[in-house]
Design a binder for this molecule. Structure first.
Ligand code: NDP
Length: 505
């Protein structure tokens, strides 16, 4: 398929000005800095491979400087000892600044990542603002408990008074992926700062531009110097140095299961710092015979094709009741056939490029491997565009559970379909995966739906919907999809220690 990527330029003056300023810097201790090495990495538009600018290639020396700045800001109490109300006001201000710069941020995200503009403009950038507003409200709800222990060996006439107090965990390193940069960063930064921690963000090397713009907004909102730092660079260099650093108290990571495992091993070998992991997925969409077809067919298509399939919770396995199998498969294939591919800044585009050529080749490799193993491409399966970064929306049938396209996370616009005979088959098929991030069930029978929701081993189960996100809804995985949850009230606990105080009075 031919993909014509016309020369698309941002519309907002602010995005143009941000790009025209050229080489970007890292944020360390309130200053915008070059890497100690002086080296830089190009930021490229994945739709046409043009260079948008460059970011410093940070390394261990830069990480060390950022950790020292964060530690100093933590120890001097400039942020953690601020009243919760004042901390909350500043985080609320970050939300307002994201919203007042929303068109610029959405355009920068599309240029840097490739996503269709509507994904950033209407879902992800508002979602990032919502994270800051939600956790702004939680700064004033961090509280311990009084406890009545049964100790009976205190001196005669004395009582026991015991309580817990919550304290910020200290200096946190946040490492994030390229698929939905700003909102995934906000899911770490907002609760971390709300808890009173200081932090260093290492954004993905391919998509650092909006992180840098967010850094400017965070300073503008009034977060004190040194509390929020950014080190751009490569995972095995800057990321690894952050995980190895002995003065980092916690790493919060979103990315692939393989990198999560490496991070865990590295953290265990260094200072045994705490680790939170949000990892990969291979989430099933399950369409029962009584589903409302007008909702279910576009719903399961959107579950896989939104953001060009680069979504951790994408509905990448499609299980369809045999009574409606042909209808649903044809409906999803029809939607895939009619999607418009192109540059994400084109307002009509629904499928953008993948983030880089390596990822596009990887996705194409999975498709070819599936065909070689006997699967049938119903629609799509092509790699195209001048840069080879585009993959046509792909629906694959005749799959078996043991195929790698069914078991492994492809992270592109590719869905694998299989029929199911009855509801009794669903839990075994849905759970036959090392992942357990999310699932959706499409049926009008609420008792069937809730029974399946209980039986499926996943951190989120949607009923008659998929990809419903909100700052109040915890997201994270069972099994090899991770160890913790972002979003929701308890996300702030990842950045807090519980101290027990027990007094004889
Ligand atoms: P990666 O795991 O490749 O990278 C994630 C981040 O880790 C990047 O910043 C990367 O740097 C960095 N990194 C790489 N190697 C190391 C290392 N040795 N030490 C420290 N940091 C390192 O993931 P992708 O960027 O490819 O993102 C896609 C993955 O993210 C998918 O598996 C997806 O499912 C998952 N994801 C999970 C979500 C969830 O909530 N569970 C949400 C969104 C995505 P660099 O950029 O240089 O490679």
């Amino acid at each position: 398929m031919e993909v014509i990527v016309s020369d698309q330029q941002p519309q907002t003056a602010a995005a143009k000005a941000f790009l025209a300023a050229g080489a970007k810097k890292m944020l360390i201790g309130g200053d915008w800095s070059e890497a100690e090495s002086g080296e830089r990495l190009d930021s490229r538009d994945p739709a046409n491979d043009s260079v948008l600018g460059s970011v410093p290639r940070g390394g261990a020396a830069d990480v060390d400087k950022a950790v020292k700045a964060a530690r100093q800001a933590f120890d001097n109490g400039v942020w953690r000892n601020m009243t919760p109300d004042d901390r909350g006001r500043i985080l609320w201000k970050v939300a307002e600044l994201i919203e007042s710069n929303i068109d610029e941020l959405a355009e920068l995200e599309t240029l840097d990542q490739g996503k269709p503009l509507f994904v950033g403009r209407w879902a992800e950038i508002p979602g990032a603002a919502m994270q800051f507003r939600y956790f702004a409200g939680l700064t004033s709800k961090i509280q311990g408990e009084t406890i009545t222990p049964s100790i009976n060996y205190q001196p005669p006439g004395k009582n026991i008074f015991a309580y817990t107090q919550k304290e910020p965990i200290g200096v946190v390193g946040a490492i994030t992926p390229w698929n939905s940069p700003l909102v995934l960063e906000a899911m770490k930064i907002a609760p971390c700062l709300a808890a009173g921690c200081s932090m260093i963000l290492k954004p993905a090397e391919d998509t650092s531009l909006t992180a840098i713009r967010l850094g400017e907004l965070i300073l503008e909102a009034g977060v004190p110097e040194g509390v929020f730092n950014i080190v751009t660079g490569l995972g095995p260099e800057a990321g690894q140095a952050l995980v190895e650093h002995p003065d980092v108290d916690k790493i919060t990571f979103t990315g692939s299961t393989a990198t999560g495992r490496t991070i865990l091993e590295t953290a265990a070998r260094s200072n045994l710092k705490k680790v939170a992991l949000e990892l990969g997925g291979k989430s099933p969409s399950i369409v029962m015979d009584d589903a409302e077809m007008d909702i279910a067919i576009p719903g399961v298509a959107n579950a896989i094709f939104f953001n060009t399939g680069q979504v951790c919770v994408a509905g990448s396995r499609l299980y369809i009741h045999k009574a409606v199998y042909d209808k649903v498969l044809a409906g999803v294939a029809d939607i895939a056939t009619n999607m418009k591919l192109g540059h994400g800044l084109d307002p009509d585009v629904q499928i953008g490029p993948l983030v880089n050529r390596t990822q596009a080749d990887r996705v194409k490799g999975y498709i070819d491997g599936g065909i070689a193993a006997g699967a049938e491409v119903v629609v799509g399966g092509e790699q195209c565009g001048d840069t080879g970064n585009f993959i046509t929306p792909t629906v694959i049938a005749n799959t078996r559970q043991d195929m790698s396209i069914v078991q492994e996370e492809i992270f592109g616009p590719v869905v694998v379909a299989a029929p199911i005979d009855s509801i009794d088959d669903v839990p075994a098929m849905a759970n036959a995966s090392r992942y357990g991030l999310a699932a959706s069930v499409w049926t009008q029978d609420i008792s069937r739906a809730t029974r399946l929701a209980s039986a499926i081993k996943a951190g989120t189960v949607w009923i008659n919907c998929h990809l419903m996100f909100d700052a109040s809804l915890p997201i994270g995985g069972y099994k090899e999809s991770g160890w913790s949850r972002d979003s929701g009230i308890q996300a702030i606990d990842h950045y807090l220690e519980t101290k027990t105080v027990c007094a004889v009075v």
